[in-house]
Design a protein around this ligand. Structure first.
Ligand SMILES: Cc1cc2nc3c(=O)[nH]c(=O)nc-3n(C[C@H](O)[C@H](O)[C@H](O)COP(=O)(O)OP(=O)(O)OC[C@H]3O[C@@H](n4cnc5c(N)ncnc54)[C@H](O)[C@@H]3O)c2cc1C
Length: 352
């Protein structure tokens, strides 16, 4: 049996491909939910808002092909070339025209629609939640994967960001030193970001002829966008705030965000239904501090992650391991497709 560690996009897609090939597997997931860095949450009136991955583009061909394969629809992010801009904390909010952008897309009903669609193709018993893997022992023909229980398998797929497995999981025997060193210095995309969303009863920004886009160097918010659902029947704004604001208390950060929104969009911005945020550096199953801060995408896509170890018993299938678009959802799909193909070839050969 193949043990897949992590029920994010890469782990779930690897599992789905193995299932279709009739190869037995189990997924062990540390959180009490699936999806990893993909997490759509619903506001009080069921407005889907993204706390994690949201956008993709035409260049993300692996993801687009998967959405097509699974019959999942997507739609273009609502934008306008006229956007709000705050150049500095002391300059007034301006309306500026930005150059024409390549379209970016969102998944209909939220990015977790992709996760849930993959999940529905598996059996409930294929995934075991609340299983944080601490140790992996390669013992001749069998492998022990240790959480607070011991699972025995024949191959292991590490479908978690490299820095996490390098720093958190003990391997016996040790992994090669060059692999460990690169993994420890591999940036986990967006691990330190803060995402916020506010839901509203009406899209007041549209009534004023604005798209809801804000780019700012002035406050906690750095970029903000219209986040209505694809039917445009549920209303929200969503975006990023500067990760240095993680140091503030929640209520202080929230007060600064609301003050900035009020400043840009007017008093109506204060009359929201929900204020939702995720400080990703508090997510222990995503974030891992580095002694020397990594630059964005550092070591992402390093070819060392596409090799297998211990005689094909250990392989890697996370977004950061991908040969294309590493760090992004497209990378997670690319990586899962590559690893599933490799495992199917290996296990097919074994059964000949
Ligand atoms: C705030 C944010 C915004 C983003 N925005 C975008 C975007 O707009 N577009 C885009 O393309 N990408 C975006 N991304 C990146 C995208 O989310 C990832 O590329 C993709 O979801 C990674 O999938 P994955 O399966 O490789 O890893 P993950 O989603 O990280 O999944 C790994 C899984 O392993 C589990 N796990 C960790 N440690 C253990 C352990 N020891 N034992 C068992 N399980 C463990 C985790 O809980 C998790 O479920 C964003 C990410 C974040 C955080």
């Amino acid at each position: 049996m193949i043990i897949i560690i992590g029920a994010g996009l890469s782990g779930l897609l690897t599992a789905y491909r193995l299932k279709k090939a009739g190869i037995p597997f189990k997924i062990l997931e540390a959180r009490d939910r699936i999806g990893g860095r993909i997490n759509t949450v619903n506001g009080t009136d069921d407005t889907p808002v993204e706390m994690g991955a949201t956008w993709f583009g035409d260049q993300h061909k692996h993801l687009k092909a998967l959405l097509e394969e699974l019959g999942i629809e997507y739609f273009e992010q609502y934008m306008d070339r006229i956007v709000y801009y705050q150049a500095s904390p002391t300059s007034p909010t301006e309306l500026v025209q930005i150059p024409r952008q390549a379209p970016s897309y969102r998944i209909s009903d939220g990015t977790s629609n992709l996760i849930n669609t993959l999940y529905q193709k598996l059996d409930e018993s294929d995934i075991i939640l609340n299983q944080s893997v601490k140790e992996i022992k390669f013992l001749g023909d069998s492998i022990q994967v240790i959480t607070d229980k011991v699972y025995v398998g024949s191959q292991v797929v590490l479908a978690i960001p490299p820095k996490l497995w390098a720093k958190r999981i003990q391997f016996e025997p040790n992994l090669p030193a060059d692999l460990m060193q690169i993994a420890e210095q591999t940036h986990t995309w967006m691990e330190d970001s803060i995402k916020i969303a506010l839901t509203y009863k009406s899209p007041f920004w549209l009534a004023e002829g604005r798209s809801g886009t804000l780019f700012s160097n002035a406050g906690p918010i750095t970029e903000f966008y219209d986040h209505c659902n694809h039917q445009r029947s549920k209303y929200a704004l969503c975006g990023f705030i500067n990760s240095s604001y993680k140091e503030l208390r929640d209520r202080e950060r929230r007060a600064l965000v609301i003050a900035q929104l009020k400043d840009v969009f007017g008093a109506k911005a204060e009359v929201f239904m929900d204020y939702l945020e995720c400080v990703w550096s508090r997510e222990e199953n995503t974030f891992e501090a580095a002694e020397i801060p990594h630059y964005p995408h550092q070591n992402n896509g390093n070819q060392i992650f596409r090799q297998s170890y211990f005689g094909d018993k250990l392989v890697f299938s996370s977004s950061e391991s991908a040969s294309e678009s590493p760090g992004y959802m497209d990378g997670a799909v690319c990586s899962a497709n590559y690893i599933a193909k490799k495992l199917i070839a290996l296990n097919g050969l074994k059964s000949l």
